[in-house]
Design a protein. Sequence first.
Length: 110
Amino acid sequence: MSSETVQPYQRITQDYAEKIRKGKLSAGTKLPGIREISEEYGVAAGTVQRALTELRNAGLIYSHQGRGSFVSESAEKPVEDSSSLAIRALESRVAELEARLERLEMGHDD
């Protein structure tokens, strides 16, 4: 995948997955906040949230509301390749869209 075809959230996901895989971010390390990451990459907060969701889905991080996101203990296992992460991203997006559709359909049934 060339850098031109990688979506911004995928670039963030891949960068942080690589940092974790290479040991630059070890288990228990707190990740920068959403605002800081969005400024670093020049993207909206929602883009960063999507990247963090992908990292959570891959088991690389966990989050505590109000405290931040941290590198998971299980992150020391081999990291999935970018194709697997892309598939997970698509699965996550489909699940989000299904939930939105369900909420919309429920709202129209009132």
